[in-house]
Ligand binder design. Sequence first.
Ligand SMILES: [Zn+2]
Length: 424
Amino acid sequence: MGVLWIVLALSCLGLTEVQSNKYEGFKIYEVQTKARTAAMDQALSELAKNESYYEVFSSGSQPARIMVHPEEQVNFVQLMDGHSLSYKVLNNNVGFTLRRQFARNRILRNRFPYTGNGRLGTERFYSHGEINQFIEDLAEEHPRRVFVKTVGKSYERRLMKTVTITNGDGRRNKNVIFVDGGFHAREWISPAAVVYLIDELVNNLADNADLLMDYDWVILPVVNPDGYEYTQLSEETRMWRKTRKPSSPDCIGTDPNRNFDFHWNEEGASEDPCDQTYAGSKAFSEPEAVVVSDLIHSYADRGKMYLTLHSYGPYILYPWGWSSDLPDTVDDLHEVAKAGFDAILEATGTLYEIGSSTNVLYVAAGASDDYAFNAGFPISFTMELPPGGTGFDPPASAIDQMVKETWVGIAAMARKVVQKYPLA
Ligand SMILES: [Zn+2]
């Protein structure tokens, strides 16, 4: 991966100047990144310093998607043409798209209210409060199998709750699979996939008995509830990524997935509080990252797989993210990832890419997957779900297919883990 794309990916900016109709006239370009030259990298890297006008959504081996401010589009196109770079307009007006999505979501909320019956369908996206209520209702309905615990509070004092799912046989000290979602606020498909996973494990025990025989699943559906709720307010805030704690007099939020105390604030993280990948004022400055860290440590001795769901890729990424070095146990990591890759390919034809975070996507120190792996989880993955809509905003109509596909991959990886790491 060229330096430029790293620079662009890291500099994902706040786009904070425009306060009303924030994304009106913004375009998203998809740029083929295969045949690049050093000169082109240099030119684009200069351009990327103008952080108020560009945001790179994805990088790595996939074509880059770059959101460009209306005032900068002419320059951007000239630059692309000047370097004979092939690009296409993927979205002609992000503001319009997001407005339409919010109108649709409002209709769906009214049409599919949560009725408190321990069932959340795949018809729409749910709020953090609804997801918390859902797991509470499941625990009430299945008192011997499902356990909810409040494990902390977000900066804005939202309750962060885990749900532990067992097969109800009462045996203690089983191995553990720990799953979380919703690190990055705008990646709504992540909590949606976690909700579906919970539903499968609880309500479809017949098909998943082997995954719960010697294993308990501990799940934190929304790591960054403040950010997640903020993105649900309106189309103006839809693309928010970070937490919501002020990071400087001018800017809000830290990237919770650069805030972990393992090679913290090294490559792939920003020291600028206004940047999308701001690492925080210190390691674990964010209460949400502390909650995940505490969970990782409390399950590290029994934990066999840590899985954190993000978007978008599609990628299954394993350590390391802080360095291009590979862990000694890379063969084990790859074997489990490959099980997920194969299962998804066979089920839907979607081609995930697998490899180490740094080598497949980009260097990103201070992330939770490296932290969990270093703490003792032998398998630790970041799963980047496929893009939808402009990238981070699949429409509600895409949820069902996406979360079912994701579950196919997760179940296959879990089966491999269960087989590789039997209960001692
Ligand atoms: Zn993410």
